[in-house]
Design a protein around this ligand. Structure first.
Ligand SMILES: Cc1cc2nc3c(=O)[nH]c(=O)nc-3n(C[C@H](O)[C@H](O)[C@H](O)COP(=O)(O)O)c2cc1C
Length: 166
């Protein structure tokens, strides 16, 4: 630990700077609403939660445009990004963007879209929704999944994207 750095009370700016120093993988979380419209956002708050039962979690900001869709849908999917998915990561982090424009997603009948070439993908039924400050914590029971060991993963660290190779 750096003895010369004092512990401070958190303010939003320095808190975000500190949070940004925690390296994390990057995923796209998706769902479909009652009208069959797809919604999604880029997330670094994905956690592989439990093996028995198989569960994951992801946290969504209450101010997100897709918040209502994730609050009301009983299903969501998570696609783990590769280093070459920076454009997709930025598009799904942009409010109002045409997020599913490039046909890179499997849109099965009635199931949330999954990125075709995701490193790993999880299709979930919502297990629970917990309050988490300005976010909601969505836990999901994994019903179907796939993965590949080919290629690297995307990592977000200090506000930029990096590659980790297997
Ligand atoms: C690398 C990265 C990680 C992010 N992680 C999260 C996250 O875990 N939860 C979240 O709510 N927003 C996260 N965001 C921001 C959302 O992707 C962004 O605000 C998105 O536009 C919200 O959805 P909306 O377009 O429906 O408002 C992240 C953005 C980036 C670039």
């Amino acid at each position: 630990m750096n003895a010369h750095t004092p512990m401070l009370r958190p303010d939003p700016t320095s808190l975000k700077q500190s949070f940004a120093l925690f390296p994390s993988g990057v995923v796209i979380a998706t769902t479909i609403d009652a009208q069959g419209v797809s919604h999604g956002f880029t997330a670094s708050t994905f956690v592989p939660l439990s093996v028995e039962p198989p569960m994951v979690l992801v946290c969504l900001n209450r101010s997100a445009q897709c918040y209502d869709a994730f609050l009301t849908s009983e299903r969501f999917a998570v696609s783990v990004l590769r280093p070459e998915h920076q454009d997709i990561a930025m598009r799904f982090a942009t409010r109002g963007a045409d997020k599913f424009a490039d046909r890179a997603f499997d849109t099965g009948a009635g199931t949330p879209p999954v990125l075709d070439c995701a490193l790993a993908a999880f299709e979930c039924s919502v297990a629970d929704r917990h309050p988490g400050g300005d976010h909601i914590i969505l836990t999901g029971l994994v019903e179907r999944m796939r993965h590949t060991t080919q290629g690297g993963a995307m990592v977000h660290f200090a506000r930029s994207f990096h590659a980790v190779e297997i």
